[in-house]
Design a protein around this ligand. Structure first.
Ligand code: UDX
Length: 473
């Protein structure tokens, strides 16, 4: 859990290697450009550890909202941390880029790096910002450190450095420096991951940048790993790819377990007891979604292809993921006697995972698409993500599903009178439903693609429970 307020000592007072060095340096103002998931979480964390933080975003409303201490999206504990950071005066939002750049000693670029249609990474937001910062740097007399926090292919730091040097006429390493500092923040856990990082990885080309980043992270727990920029950039992609490989591997074994009458969950529990492997990210499910895994894996594969290096393991993880939604719907179809056409399915959980309202790359989209393709009618429910899911529908579905798709206010409403339920997301709320709610299903059938509802509740409800990764013994 995030540590209690006040437990993180202010940077200047913090003891220990990073803190002691930092104590000798004049205090820094840390600038965060881009107040999305990463930017807000990092601003809050820097402020938590006593740093002076200034944020900036091109969107007026975002600046205004964050400046008032309101989180622009839901993530547990974020609103409280943000509001306390703003109230304490340690975090403020600049009204324009000029004053932001003037005040910041270090600028963390937390800007989007979306996928292009071929999977490669679009770094134009970073490049355009580098041009604008380069212009401002021309008039600046102080050394600035620009830090690329956005996930971006190896070589991006160098590219940003060239752009800023060209635009400002200033010398990299002397008048300014550019560094890499990837983030490892998981949604639903943003505050804890920001406050207690498993490691702080930086990629720097000069001693001053490394020293400055050590100071920026003074007070934070976790090892500080200093690498050259290209290696730091590669750490982020490799971490996400390896985690996604674990998920896809569990999903692959889940399919086999279903066939041979085994259960992938205890199997992976036992596999993960080997400390060389670890238990995390071995939970079979509907496949990985979110803003990072699908995009970053495709980005890594595309980048490596450009370099002439095939990455078959990463490619395979993507392939398994792309077929997993179909596999989940196959389970539902088989359990329904081979026919979904005309049946009404309650699809529970639309977020890409629990505790977030984020639906980016949520597996609920391909699952819904597949259900509609097979002629099912679908009722949708999510406690937090229904609106954003609805907004994303036209982009995903090629034809308007019309009345075949209906949003429900409560899970009970979704279940009442539907034929079967398919649990896509492991919200606590679904696990807490009483047997009476599940009893309302006409076919008394539940497909649990997350292994999140209790089989005993299902038994009490007289419901047939089909769990991903579990075959009939
Ligand atoms: C991830 C990384 O964890 C984070 O370090 C990085 O900075 C951004 O990408 P996030 O996308 O927020 O974070 O979610 P994460 O918890 O990693 O889950 C990714 C996907 O994998 C989700 O769809 C999740 O449901 C799925 N998953 C995860 C599984 O299906 N099984 C698992 O065992 C773990």
């Amino acid at each position: 859990m995030p540590r209690a307020k006040g437990q993180g000592r202010p940077a200047r007072e913090k003891a220990g290697a990073r803190g002691a060095e930092a104590a000798r340096e004049p205090p820094l103002t840390l600038g965060v450009s881009g107040l999305g998931f990463v930017g807000v979480a990092m601003s809050v964390a820097f402020a938590h550890y006593g740093h002076d933080v200034v944020g900036y975003d091109v969107v007026d409303r975002r600046r205004e909202e964050v400046g008032r201490g309101h989180a622009p999206f839901f993530d547990p504990g974020l609103e409280e941390e943000l509001s306390s950071a703003v109230k304490s005066g340690r975090l403020r939002v600049a009204k324009d880029r000029e004053s932001f750049f003037r005040d910041a000693d270090v600028v963390f670029l937390c800007l989007p790096t979306p996928s292009r249609s071929d999977g490669s990474v679009e770094t134009s937001f970073l490049e355009e910002e580098a041009l604008r910062l380069g212009k401002l740097l021309r008039r600046s007399r102080s050394w600035k450190l620009i830090v690329v926090k956005s996930t971006s292919p190896p070589g991006t730091v160098r590219k940003i450095e060239r752009i800023i040097a060209g635009e400002s006429g200033k010398k990299p390493g002397e008048d300014f420096s550019v560094a890499s500092n990837p983030e490892f923040l998981a949604e639903g856990n943003l505050v804890r991951d920001a406050l207690e990082p498993s490691r702080i990885v930086v990629g720097t080309s000069d001693e001053r940048s490394e020293r400055t980043l050590r100071q920026a992270y003074s007070g934070f727990p976790g090892p500080f790993v200093a690498l050259p920029p290209t290696s730091s950039e590669l750490v982020k992609y490799s971490s996400n790819a390896l985690l996604a490989v674990k998920v896809s591997f569990a999903n692959e074994i889940a399919r086999l377990a279903e066939k041979v009458g085994s259960d992938v969950y205890p199997v992976m529990e036992a596999v993960g007891m080997d400390p060389r492997l670890g238990k995390a990210f071995l939970r079979a499910g509907p496949g990985f979604g979110g803003s990072c895994f699908p995009k970053d894996l495709k980005g890594l594969v595309a980048f490596a292809r450009q370099m002439g290096v095939p990455l078959p393991v990463t490619d395979a993880a993507l392939n398994v993921n792309e077929t997993q939604a179909r596999h989940v719907v196959d389970l539902a179809e088989t359990a329904s006697g081979g026919l979904l056409a005309g049946r009404e399915v309650a699809l529970l959980g639309l977020a890409f995972k629990r505790d977030t309202d984020d639906v980016r790359e949520s597996r609920a989209y391909p699952i819904l698409g597949e259900l509609l393709k097979r002629g099912a009618l679908v009722r949708l429910h999510d406690p937090k993500a229904a609106e954003s899911f609805r907004a994303g529908l036209p982009k995903i579905l090629s034809v308007d599903p019309g009345p075949r798709v209906r949003f429900c206010e409560t899970p009970e409403e979704a279940l009442r009178g539907a034929n079967l339920a398919l649990v896509q997301c492991d919200w606590e709320e679904y696990a807490a439903l009483p047997p009476s709610a599940w009893k309302e299903l006409k076919d008394r059938l539940v497909i649990d693609a997350r292994r999140s509802v209790d089989p005993a509740t299902m038994r009490r409800a007289g419901v047939r429970y089909v769990a991903i990764g579990k075959g009939e013994p």
